[in-house]
Ligand binder design. Structure first.
Ligand code: IPE
Ligand code: IPE
Ligand code: MG
Length: 252
């Protein structure tokens, strides 16, 4: 029995997280450790994305949200930004046939207008081409930051108030959620960050209010199905109380 087979027997298939979000960190360090350019780490990271999508589909996870490029990442050296944009466009196009075969639907989350034309066209094409798919929903966060998203939501609500379409007193937590890029999508149950840092880096601040957080030192290119299965098993061992007592949760 392989280590993966062993872990798969430990997963409770009646308690799979509906929505998993991942901060895919550590590509640069993975390459550095091998004396290779950072771009090699990003390229290897694409293989990891492929694996994570496949495993999420196999596990019956409904939503997988991947943090691929943050608003702050625009401040990296131009050469790295260019390489990443090229890689993202190339990878999405290459993966499209298999995504379609696996019934995966792509959603783009973020300030997509900032993405260079060529990559943006390929990304939009993948979103349109998979719009009919009914399997895993893959949310790709690109040029995304949570403060950007919340600011946009505030602006949209304020516009409706000033137009007289919305009473400020009627704004609820749900109205905020409905104006985020993730409108209609349930909050993540499990948030994974690879690469050893224990921070959120401006990701889904509103949506992760009650997510289970899982930090691993494994660098993103090394995050394989074993590592993913371990994260799910760890998640399944936790008690989600949502403010209640343990006794209350267990009596339900
Ligand atoms: C994550 O890996 C990928 C992106 C942020 C685009 P990094 O490029 O941040 O890798 P490290 O953190 O420098 O190792
Ligand atoms: C977070 O990684 C963003 C993505 C994974 C896309 P970073 O490497 O940019 O995060 P910080 O800057 O170390 O917090
Ligand atoms: Mg990093």
């Amino acid at each position: 029995m392989t280590r993966l087979d062993d872990l798969l027997t430990q997963i409770d298939h009646s308690r799979i997280p509906r929505h998993v979000a991942i901060i895919m960190d550590g590509n640069g360090r993975w390459a550095n450790l091998r004396g290779r350019p950072r771009s090699d780490g990003h390229a290897e990271g694409v293989t990891s994305v492929h694996r994570a999508v496949e495993f999420s589909s196999d596990m019956g996870i409904e939503y997988l949200t991947l943090y691929a490029f943050s608003t702050e990442n625009w401040n990296r050296p131009q050469e790295e930004v260019d390489t990443l944009m090229h890689l993202i466009g190339w990878a999405i196009e290459r993966e499209l046939p298999e995504l379609l075969r696996n019934n995966v639907r792509i959603h783009l989350i973020g300030d997509i207008d900032r993405i260079p034309d060529d990559a943006r066209r390929r990304l939009r094409n993948s979103e349109q081409a998979t719009a009919h798919c009914t399997g895993l929903r893959l949310l790709m966060c690109l040029s995304y930051s949570s403060r950007w998203e919340i600011t946009e939501a505030a602006r949209r609500l304020a516009r409706r108030v000033s137009d007289g379409d919305l009473d400020p007193e009627s704004i609820s937590e749900q109205s905020i959620a409905d104006n985020l890029a993730t409108a209609g999508i349930p909050d993540p149950d499990l948030l994974i960050r690879t690469g050893g840092e224990q921070r959120i880096s401006n990701f889904l601040l509103y949506q992760i209010a009650y997510s289970e957080l899982y930090f691993t030192n494994t660098l993103w290119p090394d995050f394989d199905k074993v590592a993913y299965a371990e994260a799910i098993i760890d998640f399944q061992q936790r008690e989600r109380r949502f403010g209640k007592t343990s006794a209350q949760v267990n009596n339900n």
